[in-house]
Design a protein around this ligand. Structure first.
Ligand code: X5A
Ligand code: ZN
Length: 651
């Protein structure tokens, strides 16, 4: 019942873009090499790029209103607010003096006005998402917020836009749990301080740290600061101790830390401190992740909280990489497929050490990390390792412009047996009347129709599709052979407790991951991976399937489900959603005819709806954890994205 209602509400929802040019009307008025990168062009260039690429026009544009004192006081002190209120009337000399009491920030006669708009913009995005006017959205704001504290401006930030927005959502919409993902390259210490003893707000931040040598040089930015009192475990810091981190490093942190914990936390709302100084070319971050990674980071968060995802701009100082990254994030919010992630060699050694440290610091708080190896007591590796990391590449300042991506004209196609009604939001593909012999008994869909669907995807005429067959098990092997004739690499995900896949290609043209609750009869090899679990499929999706999928980089994903599978329907729906981050969204789902509920929710996910929330995940079974860990361990040498610790700890 609730599902049906939610579905109805979602059916018209789009993406909000919250922006006001007024926020470009303040700038640095004196010479300060630290602050000169924070310019009005950061906003104008990003906004113009959204217009040029036709993205702004596809968003619901929301005008900005100033936040009130009451809103600002949700996080800041009365004294601080009163002090900032005086800045519009200050002389240049007074402004300089006022600025001096804070770190790495500047004031301007119009910044108080803009800061109120920035908070207001974040809150209006919350309003639009929480009232169901839109599904998700982005606020383009200046000044940024995540460094500002209760009584202090800091790091270009005046008021803490995202922290205020989180509190506002909790107070006005009965939101219980808020996840804040801070992918800006600086530690949002202001957000950490605001919620460090609060278990209702989970704050995750990765940040350039270099063993405390990088600004803001705080001891409390390290991985062992996990939150206080009741909030212990609800503050997750991932320190980057080297520059030059790449797409693999970011994805590995999402797969092995953020996503498992976030799904276990089960937020009602997800906010992103969306700074793009973590992208290549940024003078502050000096990292090497390319703008298209933000399409994936966004996509991976879009099925949490029933899709309620709000991105609020923080940093980003290379105008080219900033505007490209903003466009890719917004494009993904709008539902366009993410570009295929190129070149994922696995995380570097320094990233693996960070991942290992974080997982180990949080194992006592999160059941999904319970099995994480304990950190060696000496802890030498993270504290004293300097230099000699050959796997970190030199900071690179050139990267290709993200290709113009044209979403396929047909979003979701269906191949259906005669007499079966086409599910909502799908288009039925006409059956070829003189096609060859049926491959599932001849009574229903023909192999040629399914192959035609896949060929449509290959030509980018169709994004994804659903085929109903009378016998999934019989259809699978011939279909895989057909698909590998079309595509270089096919990722086949096989969900079923019965049935065997025999005689699959073994040349790497297909990678098969088989989820079941029965011990596999087949032999595990690099390209055939049986995953035998009782119920921990969601954890397996993050820590095994996604890393494998990303590293393999398929041109097509085939997802097939046997009737009577023990995989929960809502987990299945999440899987359909998450896998669309691969292969440019080209996912072909094979279902057994007659599984009515499944057909509906699969079609819904394929058509771009967020999956239903899973509820707070129960602790995984010990035997599932053991099975998953041993599998991950065995496969790590072939698949580097499965790693969660450096060689120093591999046993
Ligand atoms: C929002 C943001 C960075 C401040 C750097 C000061 N602030 N060195 O990215
Ligand atoms: Zn930043």
């Amino acid at each position: 019942m609730i599902n049906r209602l939610t579905r109805r509400v979602y059916s018209k929802m789009g993406t909000a873009l919250v922006y006001d040019e007024e926020m470009t009307r303040y700038k640095l008025l004196w010479i300060d090499p630290v602050c000169e990168i924070e310019t009005p062009e950061r906003l104008t260039v990003s906004h113009e790029a959204l217009i040029r690429k036709g993205l702004a026009a596809r968003c619901v544009s929301i005008p900005v209103q100033e936040a009130t004192d009451e809103n600002i006081l949700l996080i800041h002190s009365k004294e601080y607010l009163e002090a900032v209120k005086k800045t519009p009337y200050m002389t240049l000399e007074d402004l300089k003096d006022f600025t001096l009491q804070y770190g790495d920030v500047y004031f301007h006669p119009n910044i108080y006005h803009c800061a109120k708009l920035a908070v207001g913009a974040a809150m209006q995005l919350i309003d639009a998402v929480m009232t169901g006017k839109v599904r998700n959205g982005m606020a383009l704001v200046r000044p940024p917020g995540h460094h500002s504290m209760r009584s202090a401006a800091n790091g270009f930030c005046v008021f803490n836009n995202v922290a205020i927005a989180a509190k506002y959502a909790q107070q006005n919409y009965g939101v219980q749990r808020v996840l804040i993902v801070d992918w800006d390259i600086h530690h949002g210490q202001g957000v950490q301080y605001a919620f460090e003893d609060d278990p209702s707000v989970l704050y995750f931040s990765w940040h350039r740290y270099e063993h405390q040598k990088f600004w803001p040089n705080l001891r409390e930015s390290d991985y062992d600061c996990v939150g206080k009192d009741k909030g212990a475990g609800f503050n997750i810091n991932v320190p980057w101790n080297k520059t030059g981190m790449q797409n693999s490093d970011y994805l590995a942190v999402f797969c092995h830390i953020l996503l498992p914990v976030a799904y276990e936390f089960c937020p009602d709302l997800v906010l992103v401190c969306a700074g793009f100084d973590s992208a290549i070319g940024d003078p502050e971050g000096e990292m090497c992740a390319t703008p298209d990674i933000f399409a994936h980071l966004t996509h991976l968060l879009m099925n949490l909280a029933g899709g309620k995802l709000c991105l609020i701009l923080e940093g980003g100082y290379n105008l080219t990489s900033l505007s490209q990254s903003v466009c890719l994030a917004v494009q993904t919010l709008l539902g366009d497929p993410a570009p295929r992630p190129a070149n994922l060699p696995g995380p570097c050694k320094s990233a693996l050490e960070s991942i290992h440290s974080v997982r180990s610091a949080h194992r006592k708080y999160w059941s999904c990390l319970k099995h994480a190896a304990e950190k060696p007591p000496s802890d030498v590796s993270t504290k004293c390792m300097e230099g000699g990391d050959s796997t970190v590449t030199e900071p690179n300042t050139a990267w290709p412009e993200p290709p113009v991506q044209v979403p396929p004209p047909l979003h979701t196609a269906a191949v259906l047996p005669e007499g079966v009604a086409c599910p909502d939001r799908c288009s039925s593909l006409p059956q070829d009347p003189d096609s060859e012999e049926g491959f599932d008994g001849g009574a229903v869909s023909k192999l040629s129709s399914v192959t035609a669907l896949a060929a449509g995807m290959k030509k980018n005429e169709i994004r994804n599709g659903l085929a109903l067959v009378s016998d999934v098990s019989m259809a699978m092997t011939p279909l895989i052979w057909q698909l590998t004739a079309l595509e270089q690499r096919v990722l086949a995900v096989w969900v079923g407790d019965t049935g065997v896949l025999s005689e699959l290609p073994e040349d790497g043209k297909t990678l098969t991951v088989h989820f079941s609750n029965e011990a596999p009869k087949e032999h595990i090899c690099r390209y055939y991976i049986p995953v035998c679990l009782q119920k921990g499929f969601m954890q397996a999706a993050f820590s095994l399937l996604l890393p494998l999928g990303y590293e393999y980089d398929p041109g097509l994903v085939l997802l097939a489900r046997m009737p009577g599978s023990s995989m929960d329907e809502s987990v299945w729906q999440q899987l359909v959603g998450l896998l669309q981050g691969l292969a440019g969204g080209h996912v072909l789902v094979l279902l057994q005819e007659g599984e009515k509920d499944l057909v509906g929710m699969t079609a819904s996910s394929l058509s771009g709806r967020p999956a239903f929330s899973l509820g707070q995940l129960p602790a995984p079974l010990a035997e599932d954890v053991a099975a998953l860990e041993s599998l991950r361990h065995r496969l790590q040498t072939d698949w580097k994205l499965l790693q969660t610790s450096g060689e120093f700890n591999v046993t």
